[in-house]
Write a protein that binds this ligand. Structure first.
Ligand SMILES: [Zn+2]
Length: 318
């Protein structure tokens, strides 16, 4: 049987810091979760917090080679543990997320922590350094704008609809045309859709992301997309992945097949194009299971627990 999720992936990835514009930073890591920062005139906005404070400190040390400004805002794109549990290392004045993200942390934050720790243990560097769940201190429903000061323009935090989760937000720099898309867009990495709303994500939500007209896009995982063509390709890839899933799982569901049949058909359809991309095998059982529920009328994703993770894995990858 294949090793559970990413539990056998124990090799550290190389981290690359890119400066995308004046005071705009992205750290990518060969398919590990991406992270970013944006300078205001006299403060910093950080985007995503990594899985533990110790992991986050490594990023902050690199960022501190470029700027000593204090961190006023920490923006969390969504509730997943590998993106939020390092928050205490930032010592930010304000932690921002979507209203639904705060509700999801209250509802399932602890289960998600346990689940993700089991799935991706390498990302949890020194897990005992996590002081507890991360609680946003400022939330919003539609849009929140931060004035960066000077000639830096503004940073727009926007909700584009349900997608990778029920509460994803993007961080958009309209003047620089740079977008931090969180897990709503993946460039050369597989999608995780275990907590997703596939039909909304593949249609209106991605339409809203595309309508921003970014010239550079930092997705949730994978390389930075530079230029209109690369941005379009990243969004198109994300949509194609979702549409392929919808077509394959939908056909088996409609024909009265089983979840296992749906997994086989979807895996076969996606594997030629996406099979070698980071976390593909890890994600597929959870992805197909959630879409099967969605098509069966289960409105909100069922909470993943460490136990449920293993059951679904054994059923589909076993
Ligand atoms: Zn996520």
């Amino acid at each position: 049987m294949a090793a559970f999720a990413s539990s056998a992936d124990l090799t550290d990835k190389e981290q690359t810091l890119e400066i995308l514009g004046d005071g705009v930073y992205a750290l990518t890591a060969e398919g590990d979760p991406n992270i970013g920062a944006i300078e205001g005139e006299d403060f910093l906005v950080c985007f995503e917090a990594m899985a533990t404070p110790v992991a986050a400190r490594g990023w902050l040390e690199r960022l501190r080679q470029h700027t000593a400004k204090p961190i006023r805002y920490l923006v969390l794109s969504h509730y997943h543990a590998v993106r939020v549990l390092g928050a205490s290392a930032f010592d930010a004045d304000v932690i921002i997320a979507h209203d639904n993200t705060r509700a999801l942390i209250a509802e399932r934050g602890q289960q998600d922590w346990d689940s993700e720790f089991g799935r991706m243990p390498r990302l949890f560097r020194e897990p005992d350094s996590i002081p507890g769940l991360t609680w946003p201190t400022l939330t919003f429903s539609d849009r929140l704008t931060i004035q960066l000061g000077g000639a830096r323009g503004e940073l727009v935090l926007a909700y584009c609809g349900r997608g990778h989760t029920e509460g994803d937000i993007v961080a958009w720099l309209p003047k620089q045309r740079i977008l931090f898309a969180g897990d709503l867009v993946e460039a050369q990495a597989a999608l995780y859709t275990g907590d997703a709303f596939h039909r909304d994500w593949a249609s209106g939500t991605l339409d809203s992301v595309a309508a921003l007209g970014a010239q550079a896009l930092v997705g949730g995982r994978g390389a930075v997309a530079h230029g209109q063509d690369a941005v379009d390709a990243a969004i198109a890839q994300t949509r194609d992945f979702l549409r392929t899933m919808l077509a394959q799982v939908g056909a088996v569901h409609e024909a009265g097949g089983t979840l296992k049949d749906a997994f086989g058909a979807t895996h076969q359809a996606l594997e030629p194009r996406y099979g070698r991309w980071p976390i593909f095998e890890h994600c597929m059982p959870f992805n197909v299971s959630r879409l099967w529920d969605e098509l069966s009328g289960v409105e909100r994703p069922v909470i993943w627990t460490a136990e449920r993770d293993r059951e679904v894995w054994d059923q589909l990858q076993g």
